[in-house]
Design a protein around this ligand. Structure first.
Ligand code: HEC
Ligand code: HEC
Length: 384
């Protein structure tokens, strides 16, 4: 016989929360989806408020009082879980009861830190300007770590659901859709002869755990990344002569003198020998004259050499050096490096001639973060 367990509001809450979390996850990687991300966040906040209230007025199985159990009961449940001899519960079991509270608690913290980030760091939303910028930044860090926590909890929850369904044959996933469960009698009748051996279950349990953990990692890493968030663009790491890698510190003289007529070409884009060559003949610099006093010239050269492709840890530096392997002469143009030519061979000449681009050397026309040494494919946009 079927009994009605999960009322419609509880089921709607459950799947709305799942959908909204998925939407929030997919809109989290890309600054241009921020508004949709925030919308999903407000929706999630609404779900939490609803479920909290419903925990007092919902049907018998939805009320907190029916499934929040004391420590003793949780412990005895968990110890039976380890022995894979679980009693069947019609509503939430003692472990999942607490998990409901944990999910509601973490989700509340995620929405609050999200609202503070949006108001403090972005200066947007209902609470725009209410929180200082530094607080917004701290909230963003907390927001991210809390989402890792929720992914971990959800991974545990989904593993448990799979085990209930496929090891213990309880059909609980379907019940979250239809709302109905079998009563104890018909359940025993159906499954008693199906329930597997203990050892067997432990192996299956391990398999389900692995599957779900992989799924959780995929959830974190697979959503499209979108364009780089300007706030997270950082200079690449460079390795000094002693072999220590540190973040490149931009030299002011370099940026003041070499960004006058064109982009400040990133030091990691040419080998040291090329920079030395360029810095040696500034009087005839591609037909132009760059005038620098000797101490400035030396300071800039030292900087360029200290962060040249050989010292850089970026993919572009490694590949361009590799493509130069065996070349007798160090090129004085980045655009003459075989790797560069290869990467840009599909771009028609007239694209480089466009007014918005004007030259091959105008890297930042298509790579917005060129001056930070970042040429990620996802950030490239060729202007019209
Ligand atoms: C007075 C203007 C001027 C200044 C200042 C200047 N450059 Fe240039 N630079 C040019 C011109 C013009 C070109 C050729 C651009 C082209 O072909 O589109 C060029 C090209 C380059 C290129 C080759 C780009 C390519 O096509 O791969 C490099 C590298 C370069 N400059 C480095 C520097 C460095 C380092 C400094 C600072 C010490 C500097 N430039 C300062 C005018 C200047
Ligand atoms: C007209 C637009 C345009 C200009 C100007 C341009 N690039 Fe690119 N660049 C591209 C495109 C498009 C790609 C992607 C090519 C591909 O992957 O097929 C690319 C790829 C790259 C890559 C490889 C990135 C990766 O992860 O695969 C590097 C490095 C790079 N460009 C550096 C530069 C530098 C340095 C300059 C300036 C000297 C420059 N580009 C100028 C359009 C441009």
């Amino acid at each position: 016989m079927k009994i009605k367990v999960w009322d419609l509001p509880t089921r709607l809450f459950h799947w709305s929360l799942v959908g909204a979390y998925i939407a929030a996850l997919f809109t989290s990687r890309n600054e241009s989806f921020l508004e949709y991300h925030v919308l999903a966040g407000y929706f999630i906040a609404g779900c939490v408020i609803f479920r909290t209230l419903w925990g007092f007025v919902g049907n018998r199985y939805a009320r907190f009082s029916s499934f929040i159990k004391g420590f003793g009961e949780v412990r005895s449940f968990l110890s039976r879980l380890l022995r894979l001899r679980l009693p069947r519960y019609i509503g939430h079991n003692p472990a999942v009861g607490w998990m409901v509270l944990v999910i509601l608690g973490i989700t509340t913290a995620i929405t609050v830190t999200g609202i503070v980030t949006y108001g403090g760091e972005e200066n947007r939303g209902v609470f725009a300007g209410l929180f200082p910028f530094g607080m917004g930044m701290a909230a963003r860090t907390a927001h991210i770590w809390l989402t890792y926590c929720i992914v971990a909890v959800v991974a545990g929850h989904v593993s448990a659901a799979l085990i209930h369904d496929f090891v213990l044959k309880e059909n609980i996933i379907l019940s979250m859709i239809t709302g109905a469960k079998e009563d104890d009698e018909s359940w025993h009748e159906r499954v008693d002869h199906l329930r597997p051996e203990e050892g067997h279950s432990a192996a299956k349990l391990a398999v389900y755990l692995i599957v779900v953990l992989l799924g959780a990692f995929a959830a974190i890493y697979l959503p499209p990344e979108g364009r780089s968030d300007p706030a997270s663009i950082r200079q690449p790491r460079v390795v000094d002569d002693k072999g220590f890698a540190t973040r490149l510190v931009v030299n002011n003289a370099w940026h003041a003198e070499c960004a006058d007529c064109h982009d400040a070409f990133h030091p990691t884009l040419l080998p040291a020998a090329s920079w030395k060559k360029i810095m040696a003949v500034l009087g005839d610099h591609f037909g132009d004259t760059v005038s620098l006093d000797e101490s400035k010239r030396r300071e800039i050269e030292t900087f360029l050499v200290s962060a040249s492709a050989e010292h850089s840890t970026t993919e572009a530096s490694k590949k361009l050096l590799y493509s130069l392997d065996g070349a007798a002469d160090a090129p004085i143009r980045i655009t003459d490096v075989p790797y560069w030519k290869d990467k840009h061979s599909n771009i028609r000449e007239d694209v480089f001639k466009r007014e918005s681009v004007s030259s091959r050397s105008n890297c930042s026309a298509c790579h917005p973060w060129a001056e930070a040494g970042s040429y990620e494919d996802r950030d490239i946009s060729i202007p019209q």
